[in-house]
Ligand binder design. Structure first.
Ligand code: 0WD
Length: 251
């Protein structure tokens, strides 16, 4: 897949284990120019250090809870690059308490925060970047099977991912006439910082492994290559592509 000279914004690199980092490396290998967002000043140095390895050109602060960050980023991108071809949304968060308690105990604040950061954020991201997006641009967001079926330990994040998938579909319909495609990758479990915050995630990976059709978990490289496909294929929008070694087909 060729991304020669294409400008790609990647949101959600936290460290070397991040799914977004594997996507960034694959985009770089395919010839893309890259920009990264970082969550806050605490994360900035680490994100820049990683970015330097693959020649990332620009960095923008983006805490998706801060409405002003979207506009500031779009303004800076307009002056730095003038336009943009593709965007990767690889962002999620839920308060730890929401995993410790039973699901019916989920507080309003934890529910709102999980949905706000993990799902609603795709809307202001599209809105703020829309004026900059070139024809045939692609946006890809990361989701998980807990959106479709109940994975008991995934709790409020399952609701947030269901919202994300629905949001992506509505955005795909809304932005189709503007030549903007919006798709999701439903990735199998990967040991990252975000996953470490979900109690039981490790056990789930262990228990599931012998039943997965491919009898193994996926790699972030596999997610990255599927992301490149969805970014570049001009005929696919509103899709959720499973990169989960076949787990979702099991009954
Ligand atoms: O098994 C997994 N790891 C799977 C992850 C399976 C299927 C899907 N996913 C999804 C996640 O839900 C997320 O949407 O992939 C995406 C990337 O997650 P990741 O690569 O597993 O985790 P991580 O490396 O932690 O990246 C998520 C990042 C945050 O990292 P930290 O660890 O600092 O929370 O999301 C970002 C942040 O960089 N993030 C935010 N960015 C902007 N504003 C915010 C925020 N408010 N909160 C978190």
């Amino acid at each position: 897949m060729n991304l020669n000279g294409k400008k790609v914004l990647i949101c959600g690199v936290a460290n070397k284990r991040s799914i977004a980092w594997a996507i960034a490396q694959a985009c770089h290998e395919a010839g893309a120019k890259l920009a990264f967002t970082y969550l806050n000043e605490r994360m900035e140095a680490g994100v820049r250090k990683l970015g330097e390895e693959i020649g990332v050109e620009h960095y923008y602060e983006l805490d998706v809870c801060q409405e002003a960050h979207f506009d500031a980023m779009a303004k800076a991108l307009a002056s730095d690059w003038g336009g943009l071809d593709h965007v990767v949304h690889s962002i999620a968060f839920a308060n730890k308490d929401a995993f410790d308690d039973r699901f019916h105990q989920t507080s309003r604040a934890d529910f709102m925060q999980a949905v706000d950061i993990s799902a609603y954020s795709l809307i202001p991201l599209c809105r703020s970047l829309k004026p900059l997006l070139n024809e045939q641009s692609g946006i890809v967001a990361m989701t998980y099977y807990g959106a479709e079926k109940v994975i008991p330990m995934y709790k409020v994040m399952g609701v947030a991912k269901a919202t994300l998938e629905s949001t992506a579909a509505y955005l795909a319909e809304d932005l189709g006439p503007d030549g903007i495609r919006v798709n999701c990758i439903s990735a199998g479990p990967v040991r990252t910082l975000a996953a470490a915050g979900i109690p039981g995630f490790r056990d789930l990976m262990k228990e599931a492994a012998p039943r997965i059709p491919l009898r193994r978990h996926i790699t972030t490289d596999e997610v990255a290559h599927a992301t490149l496909f969805l970014l570049t294929n001009t005929g696919v929008t509103g899709e959720v592509l499973h990169v989960d070694a076949g787990y979702n087909i099991l009954g």
